[in-house]
Design a binder for this molecule. Structure first.
Ligand code: FES
Length: 323
């Protein structure tokens, strides 16, 4: 059973407020609920507070209670019930959640836990000396077929070996967490068999076989994952690579060198292409990049729209220079 007590007073900040962007998001979120039901926004608001600060302080709970006109104890009950909410400060660069439930345990979760103990701290919920990393053991995170796995933030890293987890932790510690490939780490696509497909091998008569155009990290034998066959951004399996010089897509916050390379491989090389992505394109790219939700979360489209008009426009829209 996990310890759900709040952090000691000396660790609690005196106050909490959402930053400008999150405050606007919270206002919109609260407005989604029918009149008199605004308290239903408590979980999304707590999660947003955690995304902003890495954990949920008592001040954040009280602020959210005030925003939703709830008694403090009601928000405290929610935050302490769900183990997704971190009630104590966690590593500023990564909080590693190691799944320790049976399938992951049988496939090596204990070795992953040992890596965390060696590289971060002997005990869970404690930060390393520089305060940048922390870890904990959690129950099943729903990726059992790709066991063993860990979650860091909103992403999962699956089919892990202790060596690969060490590398991933090093990347986060070096501030390059955004560049680490999410999902399976052994080259397979989603949860497709590493050795290639064993069923559904025939191509249906009415659908002529098309050559696979998307580059795969899994080598020639890898089979497409459940979503991969359905991935069809508008304009075909790949985007048509535009003429002319490629833009530096890394200027989009959330895109690092690895992602830029993948986007280029899918034919996306320019800001104006990203700016025009439709919902369908985004869903397809999400699936192809194995990067669920991040395109929308980091608002690549809005960023790219501004960048396609110039750095000044980006600065005007976001109040800061692009990376
Ligand atoms: S048992 Fe580890 S993800 Fe389900």
């Amino acid at each position: 059973m996990s310890d759900r007590s709040l952090a000691k007073d000396s660790l609690q900040p005196k106050s909490f407020s959402f930053n400008k962007e999150n405050a606007a998001w919270a206002k919109k979120r609260i407005a989604l609920y029918p009149k008199g039901r605004q308290q239903s926004a408590v979980i999304p608001l707590l999660m947003r507070a955690q995304d902003q600060e890495s954990w949920v302080s008592r001040a954040a709970m009280e602020k959210i209670a005030d925003m939703l006109k709830m008694p403090y104890i009601r928000v405290l009950e929610v935050a302490t019930f769900y183990t997704q909410f971190q009630l104590k400060p966690v590593g500023t660069r990564a909080h590693v959640q190691v799944c320790g439930t049976t399938p992951c345990m049988l496939r090596g979760a204990e070795d992953l836990r040992a890596v965390c103990q060696k590289k971060i701290h002997a005990s869970p919920h404690q930060t390393n000396a520089s305060g940048t990393l922390s870890w904990e053991e959690v129950e099943c995170l729903g990726a059992c077929v790709n066991a063993p796995m860990v979650a860091i933030g909103h992403d999962t890293y699956e089919d892990l070996t202790p060596e690969r987890l060490e590398e991933i932790i090093d990347e986060f510690e070096a501030g390059r967490g955004d560049e680490v490939m999410t999902g399976p780490q052994n080259g397979r696509v989603f949860s497709a068999p590493l050795s290639g497909m064993t069923t559904l091998l025939e191509v249906p008569q009415h659908e002529p076989a098309k050559p696979a155009k998307a580059p795969r990290k899994t080598g020639p034998k890898a089979a497409p994952g459940p979503g991969a066959g359905a991935v069809k951004p508008s304009g075909g399996t790949l985007f048509a690579r535009p003429e002319g010089e490629a833009d530096d897509l890394k200027m989009i916050s959330g895109v690092g060198p690895v992602l830029e390379k993948k986007l280029n491989a899918f034919g996306v090389t320019r800001f104006d292409q990203v700016a025009k992505l439709t919902k369908k394109d985004i869903a397809a790219l999400d699936a192809a990049l194995n990067f669920k939700g991040r395109i929308e979360r980091d608002d690549w489209v809005k960023q790219a729209r501004a960048l396609s008009r110039g750095v000044d426009e980006y600065e005007r829209v976001f109040g800061k220079k692009p990376k």
